[in-house]
Design a binder for this molecule. Structure first.
Ligand SMILES: [Fe+2]
Length: 209
């Protein structure tokens, strides 16, 4: 069986070489095997962090990852389904935020892998793991769409603050930095841009005293 332990890779890989005159250009299809690493475990990588620290960070980052994948997809849903007189600006803004959340997804997932963990990725697993409320498959009014986005941001921000402190206290400075510099700052800025669209102000004629 293949192993994810780097020091074992050289000895664990078994390649069946073709016998004399049996080389073929045909691809070997429909392959399956046992997993090389279970989700929720870490393999050793020489980055100066103890296993228990890396395990806690990967567990916490997987929660942020699942919620960020959900928020990313919520932005695309609303990018498509937004309506009304602010359609054009919201259509563009929501797609910009989608792109930024997609960048975060990749950054978080790759940190989980470099810590020796396994990043959650597929929709079924994300749906089971996320803390965010499942939106309806139906199209909703714009204020509801924007409210959902703000609630999702706040959930992610709360957990990011909590996990950043835990990572910092445990000595995992890289995870602390990712959560503060990338996750928290990106989400805070996006909250501002979305929340300003929910301020009920007159568009043409100001209220008179
Ligand atoms: Fe689009």
């Amino acid at each position: 069986m293949f192993s994810a332990e780097p020091h074992l890779i050289g000895m664990a890989v078994k390649t069946k070489l073709p016998q004399n005159g049996t080389h073929t250009a045909a691809p070997v299809l429909h392959q399956r095997s046992k997993p090389i690493q279970k989700y929720g475990t870490v393999v050793h990588l020489p980055i100066g962090l103890d296993e228990n620290v890396r395990l806690e960070s990967t567990n916490n980052l997987n929660q942020v990852l699942a919620d960020t994948i959900m928020l990313r997809d919520l932005y695309k849903k609303h990018h498509w389904q937004v309506s009304g007189h602010t359609f054009y600006q919201l259509h563009l803004l929501l797609d910009k935020h989608f792109e930024e959340q997609a960048e975060l997804v990749d950054t978080i997932a790759e940190r989980i892998q470099l810590l020796g963990g396994v990043a959650v990725s597929i929709a079924h697993d994300v749906a089971e793991k996320t803390k965010l409320e499942r939106p309806p498959i139906d199209r909703e009014e714009v204020p509801v769409q924007l409210s959902r986005l703000l609630e999702a941001h706040e959930t992610i921000l709360k957990e990011a603050h909590e996990f950043a402190k835990k990572a910092g206290d445990a000595g995992d400075d890289g995870t602390n930095d990712l959560l503060v510099s990338d996750v928290i700052r990106t989400n805070e800025l996006q909250v501002w841009f979305i929340a300003e669209h929910l301020v009920a102000l007159p568009v043409v004629k100001a209220d008179e005293d």
